[in-house]
Design a protein around this ligand. Sequence first.
Ligand SMILES: Cc1cc2nc3c(=O)[nH]c(=O)nc-3n(C[C@H](O)[C@H](O)[C@H](O)COP(=O)(O)O)c2cc1C
Length: 207
Amino acid sequence: MDGIDFEPLNMDFDRPPACPVSEFRRWFAEAARLPLPNPNAMSLATVDSDGTPSVRTVLLKGLDESGAVFYTNSQSRKGIALLSTQRAGLLFFWDALGRQIHIEGRVHQVSDVASDEYWSTRPRASQIGAWASQQSRVVASREELEQSVAQVERRFPNSVPRPPHWLGFCVELGLIEFWQGHPFRLHDRVVYRRNQQREWVCTRLCP
Ligand SMILES: Cc1cc2nc3c(=O)[nH]c(=O)nc-3n(C[C@H](O)[C@H](O)[C@H](O)COP(=O)(O)O)c2cc1C
């Protein structure tokens, strides 16, 4: 493929692997080799309690059998939507690989221990920003935001505790779809869902 200095390993869509989590890891590892600043960027779709959909980018910070984790402000628009509907969609699109991964599922909050652990890896300036910004609320000017940062700096001269509203959400893997683009719209798609025994059931879909 153009501009890629390695040969991506193609998935066999007629005999898809049993475990979508390992396949996700493989695709993600290949995306991480692309010259992209944020190969872990994903679109997060939520629905407000009145049914209005909205979407924005967040960064994937972990994926395993329990789901895909990102961190945010639970009082933001997305946070309120997630707490109210407990459902979300995620989308990765790696253009250079002609690949898309789509996830849908129920959402739960990660443990405080996990949120604390990730918080402790954040640079101080990001921690200050998380307190200073009332994410999704109206702010009059850049100056107001900077004043809020200065206030938080004074409040926490040493270590910065995690705000109670800043936490990780995990989108469970209710559905995970792999899409590989091909010329003339004859793309490959497989979707994995769990059955009642929580085993993965894989289905091929028309593009
Ligand atoms: C590349 C990129 C990565 C981002 N990562 C995050 C993130 O991990 N968490 C987050 O809360 N916002 C992140 N944002 C900002 C969100 O896209 C969004 O603007 C913000 O969370 C407010 O969304 P909301 O008002 O819909 O709740 C990111 C934006 C970009 C462009």
